[in-house]
Design a protein around this ligand. Sequence first.
Ligand code: HMG
Ligand code: MG
Length: 311
Amino acid sequence: MRNRPLPMTRPTVGLPEQVTIYEVGPRDGLQNESAVVPVAVKAAFLDRLADAGLAVLEATSFVHPKWVPQLADASELLSVVERRAGIDYPVLVPNERGLDRALEAGVGHIAIFASATETFANRNLNRTLDEQFAMFAPVVERARAEGLRVRGYISMCFGDPWEGAVEPKQVAAVGRRLVEMGCGQLSLGDTIGTGTPGHVDAVIDACVADGVPLGQLAVHFHDTYGQALSNTLAALRKGVTTVDASAGGLGGCPYAESATGNLATEDLVWMLDGLGIEHGVDLDALVATSVWMAQQLGRPSPSRVVRALAG
Ligand code: HMG
Ligand code: MG
């Protein structure tokens, strides 16, 4: 991997100087694998991502183990992985039972995950759109009282496979309720990857117009239609500074038809390097990690950058 190609760094006006990469590979990536990855491999994945400089690692999910068997070992994983100082290990939590389990595991940061649409709330959470807030409210309240940080995801912000188009103001209304509930960060999910850059502008504008502070927004793009990177650039131009990505482009949602991998962290890092935006990640170490993970999973990484550099 010596003498590898490098993007030419050409800073562009109107973009942030620094971006926080919120790595979701261990959670979003592995929840969608048909095989259950052994705990030791998950722990090694987290260690290698930390070694590569990623400072936020969404480690696992405390959801119902029958709903996502791939992550049923959440408590065991957190008991074996070395949680390093200075690295944040958020976990997904849908309800109070999940919060109990997360607190027992000593987590400091949770993410609840709402839906912008009725159908997906039903399919992913077994709740109506309104009922999801009743499920989350006590979770957020208790988590904050325990001193935990709370992120709120919204899924289907850019389209829903059952309902079709989703109005930006519908996304904003869900976002405002999550922020009012006490979520410190709001991640806008393009669960099925149908968004395009102008649509990203519209959703961010609608959220901000509805009172969601821009500084609390993050973006979470799946790359089904190859739009994740251009959508990320649109969000950066709007001033968003937290971007979710998944090492090697792993990812998807078992409860969303046509959801494929997330924006690959390597593809994001390549673009940020070219734009002169700080991110703190060692690309070579990250590519080596994704190549190793692809071997564990028995199939090549879908990331363009991994494929280009792995040879
Ligand atoms: P439910 O069946 O309605 O649960 O599922 P319930 O509240 O009726 O409880 C039924 C039983 O399950 C009870 O046990 C509970 O204790 C138990 P019983 O009293 O009958 O013996 N239970 C649990 N056990 C362990 N851990 C728990 C838990 N909760 C209940 N947390 C529920 C409701 C929300 C739990 C279920 O629908 C669920 O787990 N859904 C999760 C689905 C999921 O993980 N999807 C993928 C993540 S979201 C995503 O990928 C999108 C994202 O990436 C953003 C984007 O891309 O857009 C974030
Ligand atoms: Mg996702």
